[in-house]
Write a protein that binds this ligand. Structure first.
Ligand SMILES: Nc1ncnc2c1ncn2[C@@H]1O[C@H](COP(=O)(O)OP(=O)(O)OP(=O)(O)O)[C@@H](O)[C@H]1O
Ligand SMILES: [Mg+2]
Length: 226
């Protein structure tokens, strides 16, 4: 479903971020990407989304070469990937309901469908009681769950989460990771970049470790070793 083929990314002659990185992710997998700060995790995710171009090598998403496809197909592709970031990226002037509804309205969905879908998704992520609150009235974990609701609302095939628990305490981290596990159990592919040793060791899922720009380990039931 996702394939990195001999991907190298060089920003300037002395910043080789990724070097000859190859891996594949199958539909339904839960894959964690680990590596020290600056190892290239965010770059890898940006390459997948087509926000960066590899210096050499290719990135495929569902057999589309991300860097050779048309702008329109790239847009369609990004719609199939729900992204979550460390800093939530919510609309702080909109309520919980409006934050999710906005995504659907941008997609051109009718009000009727929006009114049906938003409560459904808020129920799944456990924010039904906060529907009329603003993001700054939510805990960090609740804000991140709202970000996950926004990422899920278009029924993407893949969820990509770049250090989603970086700003969260252990309890909220647990909530967010449990939610990602639940999403994965429901059949979605999940790609998680993280620094967090405990998360990795608890998940017991595949781990790709990046060190000095290279994949140094790719284990089915990985542990955190850096
Ligand atoms: N646009 C850019 N131009 C030049 N160098 C960049 C650019 N983006 C990233 N880099 C460099 O690439 C390297 C990898 O950055 P990246 O953000 O991918 O790391 P990361 O693994 O996500 O780190 P963190 O855990 O801190 O988020 C860093 O050395 C960074 O300075
Ligand atoms: Mg990063």
């Amino acid at each position: 479903m996702i394939r990195f083929k001999n991907v190298t990314k060089i920003y300037s002659p002395n910043t080789i971020v990724l070097q000859d990185v190859s891996f594949e992710v199958e539909k339904g997998e839960f894959v964690s990407i680990v590596g020290k700060s600056g190892a290239g995790k965010t770059t890898l995710i940006r390459l997948l989304l087509g926000f960066e171009t590899p210096t050499s090598g290719e990135v495929y998403f569902q057999d589309i070469n991300v860097n050779e496809t048309s702008a329109q197909r790239l847009q369609e592709m990004r719609r199939k990937i729900g992204s979550i970031f460390q800093d939530y990226r919510l609309f702080y002037g909109k309520t919980v309901y409006e934050n999710v509804a906005y995504i659907l309205s941008v997609e051109g969905k009718e009000n009727e469908e929006i009114d049906r879908e938003v409560p459904k998704i808020l129920d799944i992520i456990g924010l039904s009681e906060k529907i009329n609150n603003f993001p700054n009235e939510l805990s960090g974990g609740e804000q991140q769950r709202l970000a996950i609701a926004r990422a899920l609302v278009n029924y993407p095939d893949v969820i990509v989460a770049d250090e989603p628990t970086g700003n969260l305490d252990p309890y909220n981290t647990y909530e967010v990771i449990s939610l990602l596990e639940k999403i994965n159990k429901a059949g979605k592919t999940v790609i998680l970049s993280t620094h967090d040793r405990e998360i990795i060791n608890k998940l017991g899922k595949r781990v790709i470790t990046i060190e000095n720009g290279k994949v140094v380990r790719d284990e089915k039931k990985g542990r955190f070793i850096i």
